[in-house]
Design a protein around this ligand. Structure first.
Ligand code: NAD
Length: 515
């Protein structure tokens, strides 16, 4: 995560909400490859088609500026997209692997070519500051490149020994049309990690981005793959809300749903997928613990803790939610992390800031409620706690206990919630006191002790001597419990996720049976 190490931190400079100079946000051209006039009011099926749902404004959360008018796809548009994708898919799967890979590699090159323009959209549409925005671009490009290398797995055969005159094989075939639904918080990564491998492995894709990130979660991929020569219809992009999402999950032409988002919506998607007998991958929310043992280097621990909770305003599924700190060091840890919080600049993400705005009013009221209710129940604010419109101060709460929303709920905001423990067993008990299980981490001078604790925490991802926010394209990424249904992203698992096996036997002569 090298490019993330450049966030501004100025020990001399007190935090000033929204202090980036306004002129930095004005006049940055987003006219070229991603000129909004190309896709305003439209959904995509290889051509740009007028959307029949209600149009809405895509807004910059930092400034309120209207970026463009989004054409929301109606359920009828989604049905049309799924039909088009189903018709295009067999031809795409029949192409030689190198041709499919070539399209993805060209898309990755275009991604690099238009990097600056895409980054402007990331800043303006999602509120991501430079470090996290750059990281999104880096990972999404890698997703396209890594996926290209998977194309040759389609059609691979596993031959089983059989009698003479019998060929007995399992062959890897595509699923058909894969529906991808993504959230707004890291849309480039969270769409590309499904779209790219699904396409590489011979599927067609209908992609529905979140209404807050129609470009970064969807339309950018339509543009990239259109220019890269993807045959028409193989990728359809349908910007829209919950109605478009449900239409996609219900659609009979769709054979798999790859969903990333909240646990509440994931449960609903899983129900529909169960009823309609679709394969479903659910990557959901988290409430990730960071355990700081009594032997930890406190400067390193506080740096890890601040990073895990404040990066991208805490709006990351793996964000460090609960800081479980040994009682003997908790006060010093809180003071160190509060000192950092007080000097991280918050403001327009196109400026020199560490934190941008929260995505919208709904997210602001969620974070506000979690902080206020936790304080009402006895937690104490030792840094931050305030907000100026969508700019929320990096906040540190101490005295957080189970039963407070800052402990029990996914915060999805820049809030460090500190809970103390006395023994390693108690640390494990607190870490597992959640229905979620996405990421977890332990910081200690004793690696063996850290690893023993890590083994006992229920999560799909765990790190010793690191914080909870990490992502690599190759590793199998996913959660347990309320964080997901055991699907995994990453090169190691993508081939299994986005294909199915077909058993075929071929006998030289018809079989003979007793009757
Ligand atoms: P959300 O569940 O509200 O929305 C996610 C997507 O689902 C959006 O595209 C939305 O339009 C769509 N949607 C909403 N209702 C739908 C319905 N009834 N049927 C089909 N689709 C529907 O999520 P959010 O609050 O916008 O995103 C944040 C959540 O996503 C957090 O909980 C976060 O932890 C989670 N997340 C998880 C991961 C992961 O890898 N596990 C990654 C990023 C975010």
């Amino acid at each position: 995560m090298a490019e993330l190490e450049q966030l501004p931190y100025d020990p001399e400079r007190p935090v000033r909400i929204a202090d980036a100079p306004a002129e930095r946000t004005q006049g940055v051209a987003m006219t070229g490859f991603l000129d909004a006039s190309t896709f305003a009011g439209s959904w995509f099926d290889g051509t740009w088609r007028a959307a029949s749902g209600e149009a809405y404004d895509d807004r910059n959360p930092a400034t309120g500026e209207v970026l463009f008018s989004v054409g929301a796809a109606s359920p009828a548009d989604v049905a049309e997209a799924c039909k088009v994708a189903a018709a295009a898919q067999p031809g795409w799967a029949a192409l030689p692997a190198e041709e499919r890979a070539g399209v993805l590699r060209r898309a990755a090159e275009l991604f690099d070519t238009h990097n600056d323009e895409i980054l402007q959209w990331v800043h303006r549409e999602t509120g991501a500051a430079a470090g996290f925005g750059g990281f999104n671009i880096h990972i999404a490009g890698d997703e396209l490149r890594e996926a290209a290398d998977l194309a040759g797995h389609l059609g691979e055969e596993h031959e089983f020994p059989s009698g003479e005159g019998v060929r007995n094989v399992a062959r890897r075939i595509p699923l058909g049309v894969v529906g991808v639904i993504s959230p707004w918080n890291a849309p480039l990564i969270l769409s590309s990690r499904s779209v790219a491998p699904a396409l590489a492995l011979g599927n067609a894709v209908v992609l529905k981005p979140d209404p807050n990130s129609p470009v970064c979660g969807g339309l950018v991929f339509a543009r990239l793959l259109e220019e890269a020569g993807l045959p028409a219809g193989v990728l359809c992009v349908v910007p829209g809300g919950a109605d478009a999402g449900e239409a996609l999950v219900e659609d009979p032409n769709v054979k798999m749903i790859s969903f990333t988002g909240s646990t509440a919506v994931g449960r609903r998607v899983g129900e529909i997928a169960g009823r309609t007998l679709k394969k479903v991958a659910l990557e959901l929310g988290g409430n990730s613990p960071l355990v700081i043992l009594d032997d930890a280097d406190l400067d390193a621990a506080a740096s890890n803790g601040a990073w895990g909770s404040f990066l991208h305003q805490g709006q990351i599924c793996m964000a460090t939610s609960r800081h479980l700190v040994h009682s003997s060091i908790a006060e010093e840890y809180a003071a160190k992390i509060a000192e950092k919080a007080a000097h991280l600049p918050v403001g327009d993400p196109t400026g020199e800031v560490a934190l941008g705005p929260l995505i919208n009013e709904k997210q602001l009221s969620r974070v506000r409620r979690i902080v206020d209710e936790s304080v009402a129940k006895g937690a104490r604010v030792v840094a931050g706690g305030g907000n100026d419109e969508l700019f929320f101060e990096p906040t540190v709460l101490v005295g957080v206990t189970p039963g407070m929303p800052a402990f029990d709920e996914e915060i999805f905001g820049p809030v460090v919630a500190i809970t103390t423990f006395e023994t390693d067993d108690e640390a494990v008990e607190l870490a597992n006191d959640t229905e979620y299980g996405l990421s977890a981490a332990v910081i200690t001078a004793d690696v063996g002790r850290g690893q023993a604790i890590a083994e006992r925490i229920h999560s799909g991802i765990v790190h010793v001597n690191d914080q909870t926010v990490n992502d690599e394209t190759r590793i199998p990424f996913g959660g347990v419990g309320a964080s997901g249904n055991a699907s995994r992203f990453g090169t190691l698992s993508n081939v299994e996720e986005f294909t199915q096996w077909r058993w075929m036997t071929v006998k030289d002569e018809p079989a003979r049976y007793p009757f």
